[in-house]
Design a protein around this ligand. Sequence first.
Ligand code: NAD
Length: 255
Amino acid sequence: MDLGLKDRTVLVCAGSQGIGLATARGFHHEGARVAICARDPDQLALAAAQMPGCLALVADLADPAQITGLADTVAAQFGPVDVLVNNAGGPPPGLFDTLDDARWEAATNLTLMSAVRMTRAVLPAMRARRWGRIVNISSFGVKQPVPNLTLSNSLRMAVLGWAKTLSQQVAADNVLVNTVCPGWTRTGRVEKLLGPGDADGPSAAEAAILADIPLGRFAEAEEIASLAVFLGSEVASYMTGTAIAVDGGVAKGYA
Ligand code: NAD
């Protein structure tokens, strides 16, 4: 299937590792002009080296000053951003009692405001050209809260509410806004969270998670990226305001 992405300009936030990198690689494979941003220049360079022609920009997405100008830099090099993938590291775990205002504010900047600010930067040009795709990387936690992830569960619902509302405001300009909700995915973040297994198999923490996943395994980052690339494509022309799980069945409710 031709996804109609050749020569489209795509900006993947937090695109140096994990789901973001797999998504950037997916768009690159389809012939798009791909830009990525993340904080660590060394990691960025390693990622960009996998995608000839990729534009790699150092930025902390939680810092409004570092977001300003990112979209313009991409536009100057590749033309206006056609597809924005809002992605960032997840906020830290923690029970409600342990979270002070500073932690809430940091997580709000990372998870909600990075998407709001990046979208604000690319939206006017998308609306003017009457073509745009905003794809948010969220979590299955919006379908079924994950114990202990107080910040993530809360702020990702805020992103969902924002995205659904925005989708209705910009549909008339053919800008489509959708959200991908990954389940447990084998990335650096998860490997660190679960720790190493031993010779007999996975760690106890990993085994407990696996037991709860109907498909019986973690996702590979590429399996999440496939949906992100599809939603960013020409082909997904009649989809907006959705939040779709790619989670191996781990969220047990409907939808
Ligand atoms: P990862 O740790 O493998 O990659 C995270 C990326 O974000 C890296 O490129 C890192 O450099 C970048 N990043 C982190 N903080 C940043 C910041 N402040 N500014 C710029 N870049 C920043 O993570 P992942 O597993 O690919 O997760 C991506 C998103 O998907 C996260 O929000 C995560 O919570 C969510 N998610 C992941 C899983 C999973 O099982 N891996 C499940 C559900 C949701």
